[in-house]
Design a protein around this ligand. Structure first.
Ligand code: ADP
Ligand code: NA
Length: 347
């Protein structure tokens, strides 16, 4: 009998959006099953790889925890906790830092794109200096965070990690680090975790630029639907979503990315295949009508989550208690792992 151990984390920066919900959080709730142990973390140590205001960060962590509970994370079934409250995450990351070659991290495409972005934003400065100037201003933690992610996962000996495509390379790194640790310590201590990837209909693109994924870090608020946007705002955002000049409604991600994204959103919130979603749209003739249908479907899907969130926000001490108990639960496993890891390393 195989027991599934699941770990996943979400950064507490910004409001969760529809992409986070459909691509990740909804699945977190579904993964809470009898034969599974589930660890869900608000990953504040990852958040500080970029500058944060302490007051804002503290509140954002609370809000994200409330959001996770509203999305169906059940504290009776899962350990829901703040990453920084379980010390083992940082401790194991340090051990991994001491065995992981710098080159492995330099290969990470997310890092490379961050360097490129920093080059663009500091283009002027870089005209006069070497290309390494952009890298020099980026923080060690931002370079190194995939190692912390490996620690997040391996400290619970997670067997399954729900992730989006954007994180596949980091999970690969985690698997490599597990192997490296085993080889270095002549042990079989860590087992390699598997990815659980959401179906493509659950990958939600930006409403303004359907070639980019919907993201918290997009500066335009009209690019995303936040989970706690009011119905009126949701309607507005969807009505301004980028579509195209083609007639009618058809699913064609290459030539009609905007329309296809809306159809995908509809399919995802109604738990239907794209084909079945298109059947629902038989009577619709233009993107205006499509937008109305998508907007209605989104609003009715997230309405119960929004009501639950309001209730949870009225009881902050409950949320804090959940986080405290979650950390205590996670800590037991984390401590056991660290004890073994220290022993294997001769510490
Ligand atoms: P963001 O880019 O908004 O900061 P995160 O990187 O914090 O999102 O991702 C949190 C979780 O949500 C991850 O599991 C990620 O794969 C998932 N996710 C993020 N954006 C999307 C999206 N647009 N569609 C589907 N899933 C997404
Ligand atoms: Na992110």
């Amino acid at each position: 009998k195989h027991q599934r151990i699941v770990f996943s984390g979400i950064q507490p920066t910004g409001s969760p959006h529809l992409g986070n919900f459909l691509g990740a959080l909804d699945n977190w709730a579904k993964l809470q099953q009898k034969d599974s142990v589930t660890y869900y973390s608000v990953v504040d140590l990852h958040a500080i790889t970029l500058p944060q205001d302490p007051k804002v960060l503290r509140q954002s962590k609370h809000d994200m925890a409330a959001a996770l509970l509203a999305c169906g994370v059940d504290p009776k079934q899962s350990a829901l906790f703040e990453q920084s409250k379980v010390r083992g995450h940082s401790e194991l990351a340090w051990i991994f830092n001491c065995i992981t070659p710098v080159g492995w991290l330099g290969r990470m495409t997310q890092w490379k794109s961050k360097i490129e972005k920093s080059h663009t934003s500091h283009a002027q400065a870089l005209l006069e200096t070497s290309t390494s100037a952009g890298t020099a201003s980026l923080k060690m933690g931002l370079f190194d965070y995939p190692v912390l992610q490996a620690a997040d996962i391996l400290i619970y000996k997670a067997t399954h990690v729900p992730i989006g495509d954007d994180q596949i390379q980091h999970l690969e790194l985690c698997r490599d680090i597990a192997t490296l640790f085993n080889n270095n310590t002549k042990s079989k201590y860590f087992t390699k975790p598997e990815a659980i990837s959401p179906p493509s209909t659950k990958r939600i693109m930006s409403l303004r630029d359907p070639s980019a994924k919907m993201s918290k870090s997009d500066p335009s608020d009209f690019s995303r639907i936040n989970l706690f946007d009011e119905p009126k705002v949701i309607q507005q955002k969807i009505s301004k979503a980028m579509t195209d000049g083609h007639k009618g409604i058809s699913f064609d991600t290459e030539n009609r990315p905007g329309v296809s994204n809306l159809i995908n959103i509809y399919a995802a919130v109604t738990n239907k295949s794209v084909d079945d979603a298109l059947k629902d749209m038989n009577g619709l003739h233009n993107s205006q009508q499509l937008k109305q249908a998508v907007s209605d479907a989104v609003i009715s899907r997230i309405h119960p989550i929004q009501s639950e969130y309001v209730k949870l926000q009225a009881d902050p001490s409950y949320v804090q208690q959940v986080l405290k108990e979650g950390a205590a639960k996670a800590q037991v496993t984390a401590d056991e792992t660290m004890e073994q890891v220290y022993k294997l390393m001769g510490l």
